[in-house]
Design a protein around this ligand. Structure first.
Ligand code: SF4
Ligand code: SF4
Length: 91
């Protein structure tokens, strides 16, 4: 099964609460040089804030959604390997 996390990086503050809360370490927050990193979602104080999700590890538990103090994470799924929704009412 697969889950999708949508993180509104316009509003993400890079506080790291979701990363700490995730029980399977599926989230990684990095602050990088905006000149050298291609995955720039947000620049704060001249540096880029990048939040990556490892979809192989994500169990879809929703803990990160609850942990985010700014309510910027949305969780969708699960889907099977053909990306057909398995959730009741979402087919
Ligand atoms: S849904 Fe659960 S497993 Fe997936 S990234 Fe969030 S806290 Fe981690
Ligand atoms: S908890 Fe929310 S605001 Fe904080 S780093 Fe995660 S997504 Fe961004």
């Amino acid at each position: 099964m697969a889950f999708a996390l949508h993180i509104n990086m316009e509003r993400c503050t890079g506080c790291n609460a979701c990363v700490v809360a995730c029980p399977v370490n599926a989230l990684e927050l990095s602050v990088t040089d905006p000149v050298t990193d291609e995955k720039i979602y947000k620049v704060k104080n001249g540096r880029a804030v990048v939040l990556d999700v490892n979809h192989e590890l994500c169990a879809g538990c929703g803990v990160c959604v609850l942990a985010c103090p700014f309510d910027v994470i949305r969780l969708a799924g699960p889907w099977d390997s053909n990306y057909k929704s398995l959730a009741v009412g979402l087919e």
